[in-house]
Ligand binder design. Structure first.
Ligand code: PGA
Length: 249
């Protein structure tokens, strides 16, 4: 059976002092075992996160990764560097990277491949905009994003990663997809993956992201195809994030 995962996406937030207070509180409140937990921090803080989380049940990762291995790519950080450093997860294709930094479907899939080639667990983000949902194009968008991955990725490499369904209209807006909307999208994505490999689809974790809070997490995580959450804003508040994690246990 799939185990649940709750991952925090700190985005461009944090300071050494704030991170330390947050992580110390998470360590006290997240004993692990029942569900996995991770935080994805800005690159400069990964060393601090690694040191504070060593020996705890909380995993950690980056918010992006280069599609390149090495060379003349100023500003990039490779998967090998992250793994060498002890990093486990890397978010790829977050909607903010897709819309603000030009990550296309094919770039995101290359990042996924680079992450897997080095042994990272990529968290592959997909999701429709409000305009697309209102135009009835949600499934079309999800299908395009997922098929881009399936076309270039071996079945076992897809199962080794995580997919995060994050409707763009729900990210940072306080508007959450209803549990039913999330379930519909997750079941659709799982069926797409099953068209490539049924066993892989059964094992694949599909997280929901978009204004997950302690108050809505339980209902979302109770859906049969929702295997946890990718949490932005609420992951910066220790009690809130710990409560979301408990909702997955
Ligand atoms: P949010 O962000 O929880 O603040 O909506 C989720 C995300 O962007 O991963």
């Amino acid at each position: 059976m799939r185990s649940k995962l709750v991952a925090g996406n700190w985005k461009l937030n944090g300071s050494l002092a704030a991170n330390e207070a947050l992580l110390r509180s998470l360590i006290r409140n997240i004993p692990g075992n029942a569900a996995a937990c991770a935080v994805c921090a800005p690159y400069p803080y990964l060393a601090q996160v690694r040191d504070l989380l060593r020996g705890t049940a909380i995993g950690w990762g980056s918010q992006d990764v280069s599609r390149h291995e090495q060379g003349a790519y100023t500003g990039e950080v490779s998967a090998r560097m992250l793994v060498e450093f002890g990093c486990r997860y890397a978010i790829v294709g977050h909607s903010e990277r897709r819309t603000l930094f030009g990550d296309t479907d094919s770039v995101v899939v290359e990042k996924y491949a680079a992450a897997r080639a080095s042994g990272l667990t990529p968290i592959f983000c997909i999701g429709e905009t409000l305009e697309e949902r209102e135009a009835g194009a949600t499934e079309k968008v999800l299908e395009r994003q997922v098929r881009a991955l399936l076309a270039k990725t071996e079945a076992h490499e897809v199962a080794a990663g995580v997919i995060a369904y994050e409707p763009v209209w729900a990210i940072g807006t306080g508007k959450t997809a209803t549990a039913v909307q999330a379930q519909e999208a997750h079941a659709f994505v799982r069926a797409l993956v099953a068209s490539k490999d049924g066993g892989m689809a059964r094992d694949l974790r599909i997280l929901y992201g978009g204004s997950v809070k302690a108050s809505n997490a339980k209902e979302l995580f109770a859906m049969p195809d929702v295997d946890g959450g990718l949490v932005g804003g609420a992951s910066l508040v220790a009690e809130e994030f710990a409560a979301i994690w408990r909702a997955a246990t």
